[in-house]
Design a binder for this molecule. Structure first.
Ligand code: UDP
Ligand code: MG
Length: 324
């Protein structure tokens, strides 16, 4: 028995839902699955997204809605959807059709061959803006250098995950979610298929630059402690240099006596090192802020209401972690 869960986070996407469903449903219908569900996670939309979804869900009980109490961000919305997914395989996908649902058959085929994770990698991003391409590539290259886990470059959240991967994800308690990193960290038998990233279907990107920067900092801070450790090296180097210079001054003073100038160099050195000290305190702060968030143990998301989620209650209890 194979049941597929498609998880779709939505935030102010009233214009995209209908087109999304009319493209995804025929594909899912043709896969010979014993069942599927499309879980929409409404991430505090302020437009007609929820009422559109409710109308769809009334007509088709395989369409499920998790309505969050406010906007928690895409990562939290994804987590909510994955937590509630009942399928033996789960595929997170964006509603704006930038991830082509036509890849789903190929993902299922690989899954049936025995892979636990099927990544979809966008090897052609010509539809993204120049700025997004450059910053994204810069980010992935930095992460590859800094971090111990290998986060596959050019891979978004669009992927297929087997039930055992999903169960592992659920065990990860961290609040600061950098899903790409978490996905990579858990490992499992992984394979990749390639595609060209599409232009956004309708509306504006909902992940604004500020959000993406936060996400990048989250990613770096939650998957590497290098920014913390770097300061011991910088400190040690500065101390070593200071020692050499001190020796030089002492010897020179002993031999040639005292002379007064040196005000400018003193000031420059002071400014430089106060700057470094503040910077390193800032880096410490980034980590401490995250420790603080973790310690509070607040839930990652709050569900206001669900629709049709009870429909497969029996199956939901049964999903045991193996496929047939
Ligand atoms: N999204 C969300 N919450 C947010 C921002 C975005 O659930 O706070 C959803 C959005 O509706 C879409 C997906 O996340 O389905 C990807 O968003 P977007 O297309 O804006 O991001 P990009 O494609 O630029 O990464
Ligand atoms: Mg998009």
């Amino acid at each position: 028995m194979s049941i597929l869960s498609v998880v779709v986070p939505v935030f102010n996407e009233e214009a995209s839902i209908e087109a999304f469903l009319s493209r995804v449903r025929p594909i899912l219908d043709a896969q010979g699955l014993s069942g599927y569900e499309i879980i929409f996670v409404n991430d505090g939309s302020r437009d007609a997204t929820l009422s559109r979804l409710e109308a769809e869900a009334r007509a088709d009980s395989r369409i499920r809605i998790i309505d969050l109490s406010r906007n928690f961000g895409k990562e939290a919305a994804l987590t909510a959807g994955i937590d509630h997914a009942a399928g033996n395989a789960v595929i997170p996908i964006d509603v704006d059709l930038q991830d082509p649902p036509e890849l789903i058959p190929e993902m299922l085929a690989r899954w049936r061959q025995g892979y636990d994770v099927v990544l979809a990698s966008r090897n052609d991003r010509s539809s993204d803006t120049w700025f997004k391409r450059v910053t994204a590539s810069l980010f992935y290259r930095t992460m590859l250098r800094l971090s111990d886990v290998e986060i596959p470059p050019q891979t978004g959240d669009f992927r297929l995950m087997d039930r055992r991967v999903v169960e592992t994800l659920k065990l990860m308690p961290e609040r600061t979610r950098f899903m790409k990193g978490v996905f990579a960290w858990v490992g499992f038998r992984t394979t990749t298929i390639y595609f060209k990233r599409e232009r956004r279907l309708a509306g504006e990107p909902q992940q604004k630059l500020g959000k993406l920067i936060r996400l990048a900092v989250d990613g770096i801070v939650s998957f590497t402690s290098l920014p913390l450790r770097i300061w011991s090296v910088v400190g040690a180097l500065a101390a070593a240099l200071g020692l050499v210079y001190m020796t030089f001054i002492v010897v020179r003073t002993l031999i040639f006596g005292i002379d007064l100038p040196g005000y400018a160099s003193l000031l420059v050195v002071m400014l430089f090192f106060s700057g470094l000290i503040l910077l390193s305190i800032g880096v410490l702060g980034e980590y401490i802020a995250r420790i603080f968030v973790e310690v509070k143990q607040r839930p990652l998301y709050i569900v206001r209401e669900t629709t049709n989620l009870g429909a497969d209650a029996e199956h939901r209890r049964q999903v045991a972690g193996h496929r047939e």
